[in-house]
Design a protein around this ligand. Structure first.
Ligand code: ZN
Length: 80
């Protein structure tokens, strides 16, 4: 996991970058909110893994389910 990542998942293992989330949140309620959103996002990656969608399609699907932002800037960031 890179320092810039909020979370990461592979083969059923979920990692959450709590240091980054805590540094940005600074308050317990906000930390819990961000941790929960990140965990839900990564959990969906593990649940959708078996579908073997292209990486961008999986990311866009998860963001649609969770009502998260998806735009051309993010698409570019994930393409690199
Ligand atoms: Zn993702």
């Amino acid at each position: 996991m890179k320092d810039s990542d909020y979370g990461w998942s592979e083969k059923g293992v979920i990692a959450i970058n709590i240091e980054r989330i805590w540094k940005e949140a600074r308050k317990e309620n906000k930390f819990i909110d961000e941790f929960t959103k990140t965990y839900a996002h990564e959990l969906l990656h593990t649940l959708l893994e078996d579908l073997e969608l292209p990486e961008l399609a999986e990311e866009e699907t998860i963001r649609a389910i969770l009502g998260e932002t998806w735009d051309s800037k993010l698409e570019l960031a994930y393409s690199e």
